[in-house]
Each structure stands twice: as structure tokens, then as C-alpha cells.
Ligand binder design. Structure first.
Ligand code: ADP
Length: 242
């Protein structure tokens, strides 16, 4: 399998994410739920894009497909120039572990592990042994939590938990950070901290795609994609790449 680095990607790929006709149909017994109906989307390396739309419009389904947590029913998805549909299960799990990280509204931390161990997890999945603890410490330092290494999730505030989740997402140095309503469970001050953190990561060149219901949160993004009924119905603030 080809090993890809962020440096290669920035110089060689015009679009870090490219989809054409991406479709997801869930079969519920005899009923078909058309969650995504032909999504065409392009994101350039280093962009910060907000994804908005009413509940049920397909935003989470799209993030799951982009992070290889799920597979499309139809359509093309090219990540860093590579057609993801043609990849083996191992290659797809490599993408999930290493190239695309996702953070969720409810943080998804393991409650019995402290912050450091939660951040170490993706490195264990990767079978990486040497230097892992220093990578995890660095990631927690970047999100301002170097004094909370041994706190468990229950001993952290909501904003701190989300920062641990972001550190866990960053520890593998992914090309893309996906965030599914990352401020949805936070008070406004903690939400603001998370948005500033995402803005800093964007300023460092990270590509970010954030689902949000908040107009305010979306103001941190460079462009806003609007979804309705499983389709993209508008894109504002970009330079017309779509
Ligand atoms: P959003 O994130 O915009 O709220 P979702 O992507 O969660 O929307 O859902 C899009 C549609 O797909 C909804 O109608 C939802 O009920 C349906 N859906 C989502 N996940 C599943 C699933 N695992 N099985 C069946 N239907 C699903």
C-alpha cells in the first residue's frame, strides 16, 4: 500500500475530497431511505468548510462515507486523488485510522481511560509502538490540556472532553479532520474554545469539514455547503470550485 504524507498531498492534489453522484440508500425492510442522492462535492487541501442543513438532510451520512466508516450505494469518492471505492478493506481501514479523523458531538471517549490513554488509542490500532506517548502528549499539549493527562472523561469539563477528542483525532496527523456538530453539546464559552481551536488548526493548513446547525459556528468556516433531502443545494463563500 502506498504511504501518503501530508506534504505529498499539498503539492500534488488539486482536491483533497472529490465526490461525484455519491448516493447512499438504507434498506429498512421493504422501505428504501435515500439518505444521499447524488452528492457532487469538491474540497481543496487546507479548506475549512461548514456543512449545514435540516435534521435528516444527510450530513452525518456524508461524513461517515467521507471517513470510510461506511460505503456508498453508488457514486465516486476520491480522497487525496485516490478512488476510495476501489480500495481493499485494509486500505480503507488505513484511511479511517490515519488519513481522515472524525470528532463527534458526544465526544466518544472511553470513560475508563484517562486523557492520555484515550489519545494513545489510534496509535495502538495502528500498531505503532515507538514514541507513541510523546506523540499523544504533544497532541494534548496542542489542545491546551498538558495539565490534564491523567484525568478521566468524567473528571473533565465538556469543552475539555471535546479537546481530548480533537487531540485523539490529530495524533495520527490526518489529512482531514471531520467534525459532526462538535459544539452541539457545549455551553457557548466552551463551544467558542473549540471553534478557535479548529480555526487554529485550519490556519496551520489542516483541511476541516464541520457539520453544524449554528450560523455562528459556520462563520468560522471559509465556505458553507447547504444540504437538503440528501443533496447539496448551495455553496457560499468559496471561489466556485463546486
Ligand atoms: P443529518 O445528519 O442531516 O441529520 P442523517 O445523515 O443522519 O442526516 O440521515 C439522513 C437520512 O437517512 C434520515 O432520513 C435518516 O433517518 C436516515 N438514516 C441515517 N442513518 C440510517 C441508518 N443507519 N439506517 C436507516 N436510515 C438511516
Amino acid at each position: 500500500m502506498k504511504t501518503m504524507t501530508t506534504r505529498e498531498i499539498d503539492t500534488n492534489t488539486p482536491f483533497i475530497i472529490e465526490t461525484e453522484g455519491l448516493t447512499k440508500i438504507y434498506q429498512m425492510g421493504t422501505v428504501e431511505v435515500r439518505a444521499l442522492q447524488g452528492v457532487n462535492m469538491r474540497v481543496k487541501p487546507g479548506e475549512f468548510v461548514a456543512l449545514m442543513g435540516p435534521s435528516g438532510s444527510g450530513k452525518s451520512t456524508l461524513l461517515h462515507l467521507l471517513s470510510c466508516l461506511d460505503t456508498p450505494t453508488e457514486g465516486m469518492y476520491r480522497l487525496e486523488g485516490q478512488d476510495v471505492n476501489g480500495l481493499s478493506d485494509d486500505e480503507r481501514s488505513y484511511i479511517r485510522n490515519m488519513r481522515v479523523s472524525i470528532v463527534f458531538q458526544d465526544f466518544n471517549l472511553l470513560p475508563h481511560l484517562d486523557a492520555l490513554s484515550n489519545v494513545l488509542l489510534p496509535l495502538f490500532y495502528r500498531g505503532h509502538i515507538d514514541g507513541t506517548e510523546s506523540l499523544a502528549r504533544d497532541a494534548l499539549d496542542r489542545v491546551g490540556l498538558s495539565t490534564r493527562l491523567h484525568h478521566r472523561p468524567a473528571e473533565l469539563s465538556g469543552g475539555e472532553r471535546q479537546r481530548v477528542a480533537i487531540a485523539r483525532a490529530l495524533v495520527t496527523d490526518p489529512a482531514i479532520l471531520l467534525a459532526d456538530e462538535p459544539t452541539g453539546n457545549l455551553d457557548s464559552a466552551s463551544g467558542e474554545e473549540i471553534l478557535r481551536l479548529l480555526a487554529n488548526l485550519h490556519a496551520e493548513g489542516r483541511t476541516i469539514l464541520m457539520v453544524t446547525h449554528s450560523e455562528y459556528a459556520s462563520s468560522y468556516a471559509e465556505s458553507v455547503i447547504s444540504m437538503r433531502d440528501g443533496q447539496i443545494v448551495g455553496r457560499e463563500g468559496d471561489d466556485g470550485v463546486r
